[in-house]
Design a protein around this ligand. Structure first.
Ligand code: ATP
Ligand code: MG
Length: 693
């Protein structure tokens, strides 16, 4: 996101807390102290609403800024909250990730709770997991260790001890990377080794902080005097462990505002659950509950694609979805592109991006989003080849770059500097270390130049909000950001995983690598809930785009390999029939033969013809509808004293439950339903289908 082209994502820098809010948003912003829950879809202004609510509570004197604690899930999102709050004049509000907040609190309370025994933060646990795995005779290669570490993290986030782990995985039908008893042994061994070395991992930070508050009245007392008002963004992705900490923060108070969208839950694999969000109104019956449906982020075209995708979602979470209503003027239709192989896909995307930048789109307004980080490399290479600057995953490591370190130390050494205009001073100080007028040639030099420019951009941003900022204060701000891993916006294209893109937005979004096996990811296959989480991930991706959305995939991994891949099953229903990408690739087409509506391959066999998909392609059957159709068939067959299959065969009912025909024409289009059956059963079947919609 560009702070330079948009000084503040959330309106003008002088925005009043109540400016530009719709009635529902305003209801949440101005609700009196106490529990508030905003349940709403992507781009409806949830983050905007909580920042305005905080500013409003502060301004109206309900709380002091220092008494508010706002939490979210990534450092980047926390930084975004701080930026928006500052623009609203609510400086001094703590906006942190759960982990950063817990770390701070634990450091403060530790001496009182534990004494002067020092501890260290264990940042990467693979080494210790490796030792524990060796003792438990489990696999110790990198992949096995990563899986084991993932299990330990899931268990700790879910408040499951090593002892309870085997029973818990059975109860939750969890896929385990090794026999459950063995994972439990590694988990137990890991805890012992870690504790013996006086180390705390990230989950321990939360556990120990919660315990300190739960078990030490004086700690709880002091904390609760200090913090009075809590706000959680992206609450759908809270884990039981985070919830326990939140409860410890709250005590018996109820000054809690939560916002979230269950249909953007994308971390259940790590223990997150939308349960707390969906149950909030039950837990706090007095809560002000607001639902938002107007989407202010994206064009109606993008919104329509998002609605289509999520309307096919199944399961409990899907029940909470609302249809988004686009508020922006229309834009282009989403574009779909099929490529022969991955390098060709990356090259095409890079070429398109280069053209867009040449035509005036700022690079920072463009993102390429993918399912797994390994997909990034092809795009890094392709963008380098066409000379387009980029940053990977929001540039979390920005402050570790050598040119940035040099810049920060140059600014620090300058002390008071030349005085006067902050931006001019920063520019002058960075000139000797490479901030020249025009971008230098070469991708590397260009990237360094962009970093320096980003620092100037930050100075511009700060000077606009608080003209009194001088050089030492600017250096302090850089330090705060470095500590919080909140980089300034580099003028480059963002390459990010879908997980990392949550909550963010760009004018132009490329969703790449959309093949079955990548999205949904292979290991989700066969597990309906996991496939639904993959669908939500694509939903998060689609809803990041303000205007331009391109979805692409490649039929082979590398040139010359068999074109054996299939585009993502989630694209079914999104690609319009007339679009060239819905053509069957020449190599697979069998002339004018009917083709599978999921993968596009020619259909072979009567059952496939009836379903209009290959037998092996994923079914999108509406199970409840199928059930009702079967009940209806049974009673009809009884009345007419004929065997059930004479009314309709199973295959026909399945086809109806998948295709959900809206009118008689669509119903007779299903093979096996002729004029006679239409006449006899048409209205009854269509009524059942309509009920199910
Ligand atoms: P996500 O679910 O993706 O986190 P969100 O609900 O938090 O989305 P925001 O990021 O707060 O949505 O808002 C999306 C965009 O719409 C932002 O650019 C925001 O400034 C803008 N916006 C929100 N509400 C309004 C409004 N009432 N008028 C104009 N613009 C708005
Ligand atoms: Mg948001």
């Amino acid at each position: 996101m560009s702070h330079r082209t948009r000084p503040c994502q959330d309106g003008a820098v002088t925005a009043d807390a109540l400016d530009a809010l719709d009635d529902e948003q305003r209801a949440a912003v101005t609700a009196p102290r106490g529990p508030v829950c905003v349940l709403a879809g992507a781009g409806t202004g949830k983050t905007r609403t909580i920042t305005r609510r905080i500013a409003h509570l502060v301004r109206s004197g309900h709380v002091a800024p220092g008494q508010v604690l706002a939490v979210t899930f990534t450092a980047r999102a926390a930084g975004e909250l701080r930026t928006r709050l500052r623009a609203l004049g609510a400086d001094g509000v703590q906006a942190r990730t759960f982990h950063a907040a817990a770390l701070r609190q634990l450091r403060y309370f530790w001496p009182r709770v534990v004494g002067d025994e020092p501890w260290q933060l264990l940042e990467g646990k693979l080494r210790v997991v490796g030792q524990a795995a060796a003792r438990a005779k489990a696999g110790t290669d990198q992949d096995a260790l990563r899986d084991l570490a993932g299990e330990i993290e899931w268990a700790k986030a879910s408040l499951i001890t090593a002892e309870d782990y085997p029973a818990a995985v059975v109860k939750r039908h969890r896929d385990v990377p090794a026999p459950a008893e063995q994972v439990a042994a590694v988990y137990a061994g890991y805890e012992t080794l870690k504790n013996r070395a006086a180390m705390l991992d990230f989950d321990d930070l939360l556990l120990h902080t919660a315990a300190a508050l739960e078990e030490h009245a004086s700690v709880a007392q002091e904390f609760r005097d200090r913090y009075r008002c809590f706000v959680v963004d992206e609450y759908q992705d809270v884990t039981p462990l985070q919830q326990r900490l939140l409860d410890a923060w709250l005590g018996d108070r109820d000054d809690l505002t939560v916002v979230g969208d269950a249909n953007q839950t994308i971390y259940t694999f790590a223990g997150a659950t939308p349960r707390y969000l969906l149950d909030f109104p039950r837990r706090f019956p007095d809560a002000v509950l607001v639902r938002l449906q107007r989407d202010y982020r994206s064009t109606p075209q993008v919104v329509a694609a998002a609605n289509t995708l999520i309307s096919a979602a199944r399961g409990r979470i899907a029940g909470s979805r609302l249809r988004l209503i686009g508020q922006l003027p229309p834009g282009p239709d989403p574009d779909f592109a099929e490529h022969d192989d991955e390098p060709a896909e990356a090259a095409a995307v890079a070429t398109k991006i280069k053209r867009m930048i040449a035509e005036g789109t700022p690079a920072a307004e463009i993102a390429v989003l993918f399912r797994i980080n390994a997909q990034s490399e092809a795009y890094e290479q392709a963008l380098t080849e066409v000379g387009v600057p980029f940053q990977v995953r929001g540039g979390e490591r920005f402050f570790a770059r050598p040119e940035v370190r040099r810049a920060v130390s140059a600014l620090r050494v300058a002390g008071q500097g030349p005085g006067g205009d902050l931006v001019a001073a920063v520019r002058a100080l960075l000139a000797p270390i490479g901030l020249i007028e025009e971008p230098p040639p070469g991708a590397n030099a260009r990237a360094q130049w962009e970093s320096l420019l980003a620092i100037v951009g930050l100075a511009e941003e700060l000077a606009a909000v608080r003209p009194e900022t001088d050089l030492p204060r600017f250096v302090a701000e850089l330090q705060t950001r470095a500590d919080a891993a909140h980089p300034p916006t580099v003028q480059g294209v963002t390459l990010a995983s879908l997980h990392a893109a949550k909550g963010l937005e760009w004018d132009v979004v490329f969703l790449v690598g959309l093949v079955d096996g990548t999205l949904p990811i292979q290991h989700a296959d066969g597990d309906d809930e996991a496939v639904e989480e993959e669908r939500r991930l694509l939903y998060v991706g689609l809803t990041r785009a303000r205007r331009v959305l391109t979805l692409s995939w490649a039929l082979a991994r590398s040139p010359g390999r068999g074109r054996s891949r299939r585009r993502s099953r989630f694209l079914y229903g999104l690609i319009p029939d007339h679009h060239p990408a819905s053509r069957i690739p020449a190599s697979r087409s069998g002339g004018a033969k009917p083709r599978c509506r999921i993968c596009g391959a020619p259909l072979i066999g009567a059952a496939a013809m009836k379903l209009r998909r290959c037998a092996a392609c994923p079914s999108d059957v509406d199970l409840e509808l199928l059930d009702r159709l079967k009940q209806w068939r049974a009673s009809t067959a009884r009345q007419q004293q004929v065997p059930a299959y004479v009314v309709f065969t199973d295959a026909t009912l399945t086809a109806i439950a998948e295709q959900r025909p809206a009118d008689p024409a669509a119903l007779v289009a299903i093979p096996g339903i002729g004029a006679r059956k239409l006449d006899r059963y048409g209205s009854a079947v269509l009524a059942l289908v309509t009920d199910a919609r």
